[in-house]
Design a protein around this ligand. Structure first.
Ligand code: ZN
Length: 409
């Protein structure tokens, strides 16, 4: 890595912005009532147990507004009065907590494995399991459904508000809202790295469990999650780059997820970066993901050493331990990631680019490499680059955000 690092240091550093845009002007697309509900709920989630008075101070909202929303949230059982039952009869209980009896089932689906987690309404993981997916494409959904049923019956004491699914592909979510959504459950989706009928997952899980299911592309879900759980509720423009088997982006622009026609916006991973590059799962060649996703890092290592690469997590451990070939492979991957982020910044001028994926576990090395490559050419507006808040739990938490966003608001 040292060699390449020197190269990048030798390149002239281009000054950041010669002019800057302010992106504080756009209003959020949530109604003021939704914004306040979201704010109050998140204050309770992060500060519980908390009194109404402290809630007013922490949120900056008027006490009357706080009281009104708190009564709503209590009536809907999102929150409970924590000291209930422990105080003498007749005395008004004071402290508020998120209702710990309610939960969400979160699924983080990868092409060949799935993580399931039971979480509370705040996204805290209570139980978790990982299942490998069967080789036979026709057996995959049945295996996922069976794992869901097992984890639900093992957590009977909890009532589930819904199932959130983060997908390695794009579903046409306009189909969810259409009156004849059943007939449209086969809507074409974009999932070039998946070899099983992923388009049916939502309806099959709904049928099997009777619970509401919210499914979305993992990068979209992570973008929503950063806003939902994060302190970036005032943030209107951010892009999540999910780096795993492939490369997906979730675009939060002007205060909402940018979906595009048929829900297929955000496929920066399939912008061609090298016309002579390797074939990509999408049918093209030399796409950004062929150069910058986890398999690219593994391929670089194999090319450098003439031996098969270990799994990506192990490649990261080798790089952490200063193995020269692993460091060089990660360096090449990060340079390619940064080049693509320059493209994203040029196109969308987000305030932040948030990276999700195993690469964030090596952020002290990867972050500066990616940032250096991103800034290597002029940009009108340089975004803040950071790893997702919850590191390797970000994808699971994003599935919780999907459900909370639909149900609480
Ligand atoms: Zn492609």
């Amino acid at each position: 890595m040292a060699k390449t690092l020197n190269n990048s240091q030798e390149r002239a550093h281009v000054p950041a912005a010669r002019f800057s845009f302010t992106n504080k002007l756009s209003a959020s697309n949530k109604t003021p009532r939704q914004i306040n509900r979201n704010l109050i709920f998140n204050q309770i989630r992060t500060r519980q147990p908390i009194s109404r008075a402290d809630l007013a101070r922490a949120s900056g909202l008027q006490r009357s507004t706080v009281s009104l929303i708190v009564e709503e949230l209590l009536a809907e059982r999102w929150i409970v009065e924590g000291s209930m039952g422990r105080l003498p009869r007749g005395r008004r209980p004071t402290f508020l907590n998120v209702n710990s009896q309610r939960g969400v089932l979160a699924l983080d689906i990868h092409p060949s494995q799935t993580t399931l987690a039971v979480t509370d309404l705040g996204g805290r993981i209570i139980a978790q399991c990982l299942i490998p997916l069967p080789e036979d494409p026709q057996k995959v959904i049945a295996a996922i459904v069976s794992a869901i049923q097992q984890i639900i019956s093992a957590n009977k004491e909890r009532s589930f508000d819904g199932i959130g699914i983060s997908l390695p592909g794009r579903l046409d979510r306009s189909a969810d809202k259409s009156p004849n959504s059943k007939s449209r459950s086969d809507v074409p989706i974009f999932a070039p790295n998946v070899r099983w009928p992923i388009a049916h997952i939502k309806s099959r899980v709904e049928q099997a469990t009777g619970l509401p299911v919210v499914a979305d592309n993992v990068a979209n879900a992570c973008a929503l999650s950063e806003v939902w759980f994060g302190d970036s509720d005032g943030m209107h423009d951010l892009v999540v780059v999910n780096v795993s088997e492939g490369l997906g982006t979730g675009i939060f622009a002007n205060g909402r997820i940018l979906r595009g026609e048929g829900g297929s916006a955000g496929e920066f991973g399939h912008v061609q970066m090298d016309p002579d590059g390797l074939p990509c799962g999408c049918g093209s060649r030399g796409c950004w993901e062929t150069l910058a996703a986890n398999p690219a890092g593994m391929r670089y290592y194999a090319e450098l050493t003439n031996k098969p690469s270990p799994a990506f997590e192990d490649l990261l451990k080798l790089a952490e331990a200063a193995d020269p070939a692993a460091m060089q492979a990660i360096d090449r991957m990060c340079a390619a990631l940064g080049r693509g982020m320059h493209m994203i910044s040029s196109a969308l001028a987000p305030s932040e680019i948030v990276v999700v994926g195993d690469i964030t576990t090596l952020w002290h090395i990867a972050g500066p490499l990616i940032e250096s490559a991103m800034r290597n050419h002029p940009l009108a507006s340089v975004p803040r680059l950071r790893p997702a808040q919850e590191g390797n739990k970000a994808r699971l938490r994003s599935a919780v955000a999907l459900v909370m966003h639909e149900t609480l608001l």
